[in-house]
Design a protein around this ligand. Structure first.
Ligand SMILES: Nc1ncnc2c1ncn2[C@@H]1O[C@H](COP(=O)(O)OP(=O)(O)OP(=O)(O)O)[C@@H](O)[C@H]1O
Ligand SMILES: [Mg+2]
Length: 530
């Protein structure tokens, strides 16, 4: 990640190696340089310093050859970052030629491997950075009376833009509007049932997150903030997945934001841990526990006419009591699983685990990335939407970002192409499903970032505090099911609904972190388990 001017911290291994499959299902070994090695191998600094260069290149190439066991090599394993010039890659091919290896862009079956993200399984990094920037808060600098008046004038003019800015929001109405104010003519407005929580959350968030906004509440109940020139990480992601934004532009922006999130969240956890005496009714549980508790009503509200399995319409009670089979494994009915969810998401139960400050809803739809680089040559990252932020169980704080960001294209499957293949039938009172590889490449990379830089380090930190975070993983597991079932209404998009049910149900059964990673691994590269 970029810290300041040209100073970067690279969370990286030298060489990555994995066994993977091409689109034809052929197995192949993939070995690639990490970004750090890429930079050393291609950095301008050693051109002209041949003696130093030769030694470094030799060592790295030897590591590389050993890791790849001299299998055919792919030219895309070098200099994968778009900023590297073509001639660096050529130079590296020459270097490899010198140590007696051929490079090739093609797999043996002829399909192109393409650039992919590779991450190692090791998890060790947590930067407890003292170098991170000063916390900043964006707020309108006007007395509230002036804002009230300006708002009234705007309402009578034609500068009111009620259009929703985001397809990822649920509870509020919001937009941008132009006020006759000198310094900040365009402001962001939001109307929500949870104004108080939003404002209180923003105050706490400012203590723990680098860049936040402080909404001002007008007497007519509008929350106002200065306009932030940017779009959310989820907007970038959607743009990339729908083909509107080219991957070479979108991917570095999305992954850079992900790395910074994965630094900011654990830093907030560590800084806030032990600072709260308890949490009677954490706000974060509103979209999780409450929705599960209202299971009948919530689902009946969304799907009053029932739900389709293949082309067969089933009543909700049939769906709730059907037993489930996913990739050959049997699960209880949704009704039984959700009754377990209630126990696991119960406030008292979750609160036995560590309580920290978290944003609660910090998925990509609530992180804004500035359009332009700031003076220090990186893009500002603004954390928004504080309605459920506060002191609450750490594991519940992880749930929404983990589900929404990793399974983004399945969560948005009503309007995006979904990865992998899926089948679903209803037979003898059972819904039988198969789901193959349901995480796209970007989701896989994000999963690895969250795992390596956020979850495993905070797990290790909690061990030093003598807290076994693993015991509370079932809270996260059942919260994931709630995310899958209740985030979006999939009426008419039944395959999307069932795919999310599959993922949610599989995750709901997880008992500890090892189990969680194993299930994720299965979801990344499912071969059907019969
Ligand atoms: N200061 C700002 N300037 C410009 N756009 C903003 C600003 N703050 C938020 N937005 C945009 O407005 C959208 C909605 O804001 P926010 O996430 O706070 O509300 P919401 O998602 O409707 O709330 P909820 O998630 O509770 O339903 C964001 O996704 C973002 O695109
Ligand atoms: Mg939001």
């Amino acid at each position: 990640m970029m810290l300041d001017r040209d100073v970067s911290v690279l969370y990286d291994d030298w060489i990555y190696h994995e066994t993977t499959h091409c689109t034809h299902g052929n197995e192949f070994q993939k070995t690639a340089f990490g970004v750090t090695a890429d930079m050393l191998m291609t950095g301008l600094w050693y051109y002209g310093a041949e003696a130093a260069r030769r030694d470094i290149v030799q060592r790295l190439l030897n590591c590389y050859l050993k890791a790849s066991a001299n299998r055919p090599m792919l030219i895309t394993c070098f200099a994968r970052h778009g900023d590297f010039k073509a001639w660096y890659t050529e130079r590296l091919s020459l270097d490899l030629g010198l140590v007696g290896s051929q490079t090739s862009d093609e797999l043996l079956c002829g399909c192109s491997a393409g650039p992919r993200f590779l991450f190692n399984k090791a998890c060790s990094t947590m930067i407890k950075s003292q170098i991170s920037e000063q916390h900043r808060v964006l707020a309108l600098q006007y007395p509230i009376d002036d804002l009230d008046n300006a708002l009234e004038r705007a309402k009578h003019g034609h500068v009111w833009d009620p259009a929703s800015l985001s397809r990822f929001s649920s509870d509020s109405t919001h937009g941008l509007l132009t006020l006759d104010l000198e310094a900040t003519p365009r402001v962001f407005w939001k109307q929500s049932k949870y104004n108080v929580a939003e404002v209180q959350g923003s105050m706490l968030a400012a203590d723990y997150f680098p860049l936040t906004q402080r909404p001002l509440v007008t007497s007519s109940g509008y929350l106002l903030c200065p306009e932030f020139l940017g779009k959310t990480q989820a907007d970038w992601r959607y743009g990339y997945c729908s083909g509107e934004i080219d991957g070479s532009i979108a991917i570095p922006v999305i992954l850079d934001a992900e790395l910074r999130k994965a630094e900011d969240a654990p830093a907030a956890y560590v800084a806030s841990y032990g600072k709260s005496s308890g949490c009677d009714r954490p706000l974060v549980n509103r979209p999780l526990y409450d929705r599960v508790a209202m299971e009948g009503t919530r689902l009946a509200e969304m799907y009053p006419g029932g739900i389709d399995v293949q082309d067969q319409r089933l009543a909700l009670h049939q769906i709730m009591s059907a037993s489930l089979s996913i990739n050959g494994r049997s699960y209880l009915s949704l009704r039984s699983i959700l009754s377990h969810s209630l126990a696991r998401l119960d406030t008292q139960h979750c609160a036995m685990g560590p309580i920290v400050f978290g944003l609660g809803d910090a998925h990509g739809g609530n992180i804004m990335i500035a359009d332009e680089l700031n003076g220090r040559s990186y893009r500002d990252l603004l954390y928004i939407d504080y309605e459920v932020s506060g002191f609450h169980p750490l594991l519940l704080d992880l749930a929404k970002p983990l589900y929404n960001d990793v399974f983004f294209s399945t969560l948005m499957g009503d309007s995006l192409a979904m990865p992998g293949t899926f089948t679903c039938i209803y037979r003898d009172g059972a819904v039988i499903m198969t789901l193959d590889r349901c995480i796209d490449d970007l989701g896989e990379a994000i999963l690895e970032i969250k795992k390596r830089h956020l979850i495993e380090p905070i797990r290790a930190y909690m061990t030093t505090e003598e807290v076994a975070l693993d015991e509370f993983v079932p809270c996260l597991a059942h919260a994931s099911l709630a995310c899958a079932l209740f985030t979006r209404d999939y009426t008419g998009h039944w395959e999307t609904l069932w795919r999310n049910v599959c993922i949610g149900v599989v995750l709901s059964q997880v008992k500890d972190f090892d189990g969680l990673w194993e299930e994720f691994d299965g979801l990344v590269r499912t071969r059907h388990r019969h």
